[in-house]
Write a new protein. Structure first.
Length: 101
């Protein structure tokens, strides 16, 4: 958990602001996962701090959230185009990526 909080702090993921009396905050929670090796032994414990975005309601800050995630149809299209052009696709895992728009 401390690793995840440090990463969120390092990337300035949020700003602490005063909550207006008429605003209902969106609930956040911790999601825990045990990552295992191929032999079944524990590789490491993972913790992610997530927001329950489905609780968000239309309002002045509604469009201020963003997640850079590709849709599955986009990924499938990329694979089809690469295969039809005899291209190679590489994949990598990036931890705590942050893009400043």
């Amino acid at each position: 958990m401390s690793e995840e909080l440090a990463a969120l702090d390092r990337t300035h993921t949020w700003d602490i602001v005063l909550l207006p009396s008429h605003v209902v905050p969106i609930i956040c929670k911790w999601v825990f996962k045990v990552k295992t090796k191929s032999d079944g032994s524990i590789e490491r414990y993972k913790a992610r701090f997530v927001v329950r975005g489905f609780q968000q309601t239309q309002g002045p800050c509604y469009d201020e959230t963003f997640a850079l995630v590709a849709h599955m149809t986009t990924a499938r299209t990329l694979i089809v185009v690469a295969a039809s052009c005899s291209r190679t696709i590489s994949q990598m895992d990036v931890q705590n990526s942050f893009f400043a728009w």
